[in-house]
Design a protein around this ligand. Sequence first.
Ligand code: NAD
Length: 289
Amino acid sequence: MRIAFIGLGNMGGGMAANLADAGHEVRAFDLSAEALQRAAESGCETFGSIEEAVEGAEAVVSMLPNGAIVKEVYTAHVIGRARLDAILIDCSTIDVATAREVEQIAADAGYAMVDAPVSGGIAAAAAGTLTFMVGGGEEAFRRAEAVLQPMGKAVIHAGGPGAGQAAKICNNMMLGIHMIGTCEGFAMAQRLGLDPQVFYDIASVSSGQSWSVTSYCPVPGVGPQTPADNDYQGGFATALMLKDLRLAMEAADTAGTEPKMGRHAKQLYEAFEAAGNGALDFSAIIKTI
Ligand code: NAD
């Protein structure tokens, strides 16, 4: 397929490379010259504008920083320029309201569009093992699924427009809460005289088990290799966790619900970021406990 890819940063760079490796013709655009250079080295054809990149493309995939940029990219540069039968797939993490708004604008112009945010970080993007949560109609999902498959280990239809973003922020709100709870449990166990490895062996097969315990343990030297073993470098940055918690609280306000633990997690991550830790992996919050 001929696929336009817009946004070749930490995530998009690896994703576009996997599409090229799968044999697709990838037409790449990014504002950053370095990102474009890396895309060219990984087998993509690069262009000087979005309009050129989307020319003749059967699918348009984007991986951009936020909702305002996604709206600008689609309404000013993609819609009306891409082929009318191109499937539009936004993989960025953005607010549910903007995702729905842009999908409606696309639909009014005659395009099929889905929101398809991901679970999994930069390593999963490079390895092609992301999980995609897709919001959109049945037919649009089927078309998007074929495009997303080379980039992921799972492509799941979450529901109608915006449902992918809703699933993503609810999932990541749970993750933020679980991680803080895991940090509190390990810190307290240690204060009570337990060896962290022994506590890991117990919690990982008991009811305190979670992904934060068994796959992403915040204590160095315990469990599988995690950012904790690398002084909390790499992994999923605190700033990105905070972005997702903020989106979750925005969505909670719109939905008229009050997730108290989610709000508290957001406050704790805000304080952690304000203390200069935005670039550290989000499990580094254990240092504050
Ligand atoms: P990034 O900042 O590394 O990449 C974003 C890219 O978009 C940059 O290369 C930037 O130059 C480009 N860009 C910005 N405005 C543009 C425009 N108008 N036209 C074309 N290109 C433009 O960010 P990232 O880490 O790759 O994250 C991308 C998205 O993925 C975000 O929505 C983020 O929340 C989400 N996400 C990130 C991770 C992660 O671990 N990094 C995990 C899951 C989801």
